[in-house]
Design a protein around this ligand. Sequence first.
Ligand code: PLP
Length: 239
Amino acid sequence: MVSLSANISKVRDRIAAAAQRAGRDPSEITLVAVTKTHSAEVVRAAAEAGLRDFGENRIEEAAPKIAAVGRGDVHWHMIGHVQSRKALPVARAGFALVHSVDSLKLAGRLSRYATETGRVQPILLECNLSGEVAKEGFAAWGGPARWETLLPEWEKIRTLSGVRLHGLMTMAPIVPESEAARPVFQRLRELRDYLRAQLPLAGGNWRELSMGMTDDFEAAIAEGATIVRIGRAIFGERG
Ligand SMILES: *Cc1c(COP(=O)(O)O)cnc(C)c1O
C-alpha cells in the first residue's frame, strides 16, 4: 500500500499547488476518490491512508461496497448517471451527495424515496456544457438564453422537500491537453453565478462545483472546483 499513500500525497500536493496558483485555500476543495471497479478492500486501505470521500458510478456496484465498508467515517458519492427507475436503491444507499441529477423526474423520485427513509438527499445538478451528444446532464451549453429555458425545471427541483440542492457538476470532453477543458469549467462557474442571482438557495447558495478528474483537475481548480473526482491518479489504470 506504499504506492497508494504515495499516490494520495502526490494528488494532494497537486491540488494544493493548483489552489495556490489560483489564490485559493486548498481546504475548500474536497477530494473524492473514485473507486469504481475497485474492491471494498481497496476502499478500506484508502480510508486507512486518510481518504474520507469515495465516488461510485453504478448503484449495483456501489450498494454492496457501501454495505461492506460502511458509512461510519466515510462519505459516499454517486457520480454516475442514474436512470430514474433506479432512484429507489440510490435513495436508500445513503449517499452523502448525488452529483448526477439530470432531470426533474429523477429529482422527484429521489425526493419521494429519501423522504420515505426519513432523509433529505443532498444533490448536485449535472450539466452538459460542451454540447457533446453522448454526454448526460441538463443541456446547458450556449449561455444565459439557454439557461433561462431550464430555470422552470430547476425551480421545481428547488421546491422538492426530500432533496437539497448544493451546486453543479460537469464532465469535460476528453481533450489532449487539460487546458483545453478549461472553458467548460469556466462556463460551469458562470452558470453557478447565474443561478446564485436567478434561483438563490438558502445556505451555501450553489456553493459546490464538482468538476475535474485525473486528466484535468488542475484546470478545474483554476476555475473554482470545490470537489474533484479522481480515480486513476490514486488507484492506477482500471483493469
Ligand atoms: C470514472 C469517473 C471519474 C474519475 O476518472 P479518472 O479519470 O479515473 O480520474 C470522475 N467522474 C466520473 C463521473 C467518473 O465516472
